[in-house]
Design a protein around this ligand. Sequence first.
Ligand code: KIV
Length: 273
Amino acid sequence: MSSERGGGARRLAAADLREMKRRGDKIAAITAYDYLFARLVDAAGVDLVLVGDSLGQVVLGLGSTLAVTLDDMIHHARAVRRGVDRALLVVDLPFLTYQVSREDALRNAGRVMQETGAAAVKLEGGSPETCDTVRALVRAGIPVMGHLGFTPQSVNLTGTRVQARTDDGAARLLEDARRLEEAGAFSVVLELVPGTVAQTVTEALQIPTIGIGAGVGCDGQVLVLHDMLGLNPGFAPRFLRTFADVGQVAGDGVREYVRTVKAGEYPGPEHTF
Ligand code: KIV
């Protein structure tokens, strides 16, 4: 399932995630948007690196993912690809690159695969139309990850809130998840859904669920790198844990640099040729 590369390193393939679920191995996923962080997260042992369209907010300073373009995604994914040796590399298809027509979706997902070297794409939604697109992409040889629950490209319809809170909502989520699996998706992200609902979906599917704000009952977890490293101050949803306060350390470092430059302490003799 994993591909052998020159040097013998094993790169995870989409099918490996299903095997991990079968074995009961949890899947650790994280986003990355540039080469150095990609190298760091890959070396730290993540199984899946997602070049998320969350780059709109955490890299480009936009208010949502909606203005992110296919060229933005390809630009960042090419850099990430150079830093990833082992993890499965998945790239988000941004807003309106797969919803307008199946032909568009094939062409755009094909560009991502050809121009970035990604192993898979991710798209949002589980309607019958979306699943027809998933089927067409998979038939063309493009592994697809689904994304249900809160889907950021629909933020103007839903707002940012926990989804599938009602029985009807939970039933629809399960139906969408089953439809995605049937269409050939290799995995599905569940974002902002109650833990009990995510667990039910997880138990109903053969393909792994990757949760974000969906409790511990999913087969794996994904977080936005900048959020879990304290680099996105002010963003503090209940599900988020700051695993290392890199933002604080980085700010302290830059403040100390400024102080030492202004005091004439840096560069010292040891930094001078
Ligand atoms: O864009 C993104 O980073 C995502 C994750 C939050 C799953 O879709």
